[in-house]
Structure formats: C-alpha cells, structure tokens
Design a protein around this ligand. Structure first.
Ligand code: AMP
Length: 283
C-alpha cells in the first residue's frame, strides 16, 4: 500500500489510464462522494480482485442533490480520505472541481424512465438523473474496464446497471456487499448527522428488517410482513418510514408474493432527525 497519486483534471486522469492500458492493464473505478468509511474502502478491496489498477473518485455531485438537501453541509474531508485510501490498493484518486465535470455550457442529462420514478426516485425527484449523468461521465472519461458500486444503495446500483446496458457502455459493473457497523447499522457518511439518541435507535432498522425476512420465511403474506415491520420501526422511535417493501431485484417493482424467495429484495428507508437511513437485504 502506498499514497495514491492525486489528479484533478480529466486530462491528467486520462494520461495515467492510457499508460496503463498500453501496458495491458485492466483499470477499475470506485466512484464516491468522499467522507470515506469502511464501506467505501471495502469497494476498493472488492474491485482489486478484478483489475490491475484502481482509481477512486471523490466528487460531491451537485446535480444529484435536490433543493433543501444537504449539498452545502455534506461532509468534506479530503485529507482524511486520502489517508484512508493510502491504506488500500488504490493507485490514483481523481478529485475534480465541479467546473471540470460540468463546464460552462454543459447541457446533457442522462435520464431513465421506470426504475428511477419509484422508491428513492419518488422521494428525491431528479436525484437519479444527476447520478446517471455523473456516473456515465466518470465511466467514459476514466475509460475504466470495471466499476464497482455498493449494494448499500441498491436502487442506485440497479439504475447504473440499466444505463450501462441501455447505452452499451464498455464497462463491467460490479455490486459489492453492504458493509455494516458492529451493531448492524449500514455504514454511511450521513450517520455522522445522528445524535447519540438517534444513533442508538438507528441500529434497530437492520434488526427489524431481519425479523421481517423471518416473517416472510414462515409464511406471513408480504403486505402483512411489511405492515408489521413498519409498525415496529415506529414503536422503536423512528419518526417516519418512507418505504419498506419487498421488490423484484432487477425492476425493483413491488412483489405481491414470492414464489422463489431467493429472487426478492427487502428495501427500506426510515427517517430519524434529518437523516434518511437506507437499508436492504435479500429475502
Ligand atoms: P457515496 O459516497 O455515498 O456516494 O457512496 C459511494 C459508493 O460507496 C456507492 O457505490 C455506495 O453504494 C458505496 N457505499 C456507501 N456506503 C456503503 C456501505 N455501507 N457498504 C457498501 N457500499 C457502500
């Protein structure tokens, strides 16, 4: 492990990648918004098995934040992030300014129908257009062969797989497992916004989802299992539940029944204070 090289422009990025490609090396991309935790770092370990060189990107993408969301207060900690990456197999970190990604006159949006209109897309209009646009740009400008995204943001992963397929982007997309804190809470940069009391409540989200899966396995109808889980979360102290739903893992459409429980995914978002806590697991 050694300190990765830092680049801030597309041109510098491409100079390195061209050199690697000329040497026959396979290049992997790990896109992030920084404020790195062990969930992000696990993506570097995960992609290391598939590529020779690893690029991490740190870019708080303004176009995926809605009005009133936390763009301005989103944690930015470049120095700590670089220290954390220096303890991984990362070779290069791309840290562009917004003007490098969206120069004056930028006017293209990558927009998907269907999958982006439900769940997170319904709660955060325009969010996935911002994600799909920036990820498409990062995949193309880095000329990477493989890119990895966390199952933590399960819908985001599904959206990116869809864009890559629809636009024939020459990249393999990998989904890496969701990494949790010791008490089961999904690791997230936004967990830092939780008060001590909220943090204690937050750990129960994962517990309730596990109980919901058990209910399904013991024959509880899906709508009933979702209803019981929702009520448990409210009783525990979550302020509201944006959704708790059992879906098809590719289309993310809600399922009415599961004939094959291996092909269903439980997705949930619960609110505590200003934080929306995302979690999901296979049924
Ligand atoms: P973000 O910085 O939140 O945009 O996340 C960058 C990447 O890290 C995305 O692919 C996320 O899905 C992934 N990620 C974030 N938290 C986790 C986690 N707890 N486990 C696995 N992947 C994660």
């Amino acid at each position: 492990m050694s300190t990765p090289k830092i680049v801030r422009t597309k041109k510098e990025l491409q100079t390195h990648v061209q050199r690697w490609h000329r040497a026959g090396q396979k290049v992997g991309l790990v896109p992030t918004m920084g404020a790195l935790h062990h969930g992000h770092l696990s993506l570097v370990d995960y992609i290391a098995h598939s590529v020779d060189k690893i690029i991490a990107t740190i870019f708080v993408n303004p176009t995926q934040f809605g009005a009133g969301e936390d763009l301005d207060s989103y944690p930015r900690q470049e120095k700590q992030d670089l220290e954390a990456l220096s303890r991984t197999a990362c070779d290069l970190v791309f840290i562009p300014d917004a003007s490098e990604i969206y120069p004056d006159g930028f006017s293209t949006t990558v927009s998907l129908s269907g999958i982006t209109e439900i769940l997170e897309g319904a709660k955060r209009p325009g969010h996935f257009d911002g994600v799909a646009t920036v990820v498409t740009k990062l995949l193309l400008m880095s000329r990477c062969n493989v890119a990895v995204f966390g199952e933590k943001d399960y819908q985001q992963l599904a959206v990116i797989k869809q864009v890559t397929k629809d636009l024939d982007l020459p990249v393999t997309i990998l989904g890496a497992p969701l990494i949790r804190e010791k008490d089961g809470l999904a690791a997230s940069s936004r967990n830092a916004y939780l008060s001590e009391k909220e943090r204690a409540i937050a750990a129960h989200l994962n517990q309730v989802l596990k109980e919901c899966v058990t209910l399904i396995h013991t024959g509880t109808p899906l709508r009933e299992a979702e209803r019981i889980a929702r009520q448990s979360l409210l009783d525990i102290g979550f302020e509201s539940i944006d959704y708790i739903t059992i879906v098809d893992p590719t289309s993310l459409k809600q399922l009415d029944s599961v004939t094959d429980i291996n092909t269903a995914r439980l997705l949930a978002v619960a609110r505590l204070g200003r934080v929306r806590l995302l979690d999901n697991m296979p049924v």
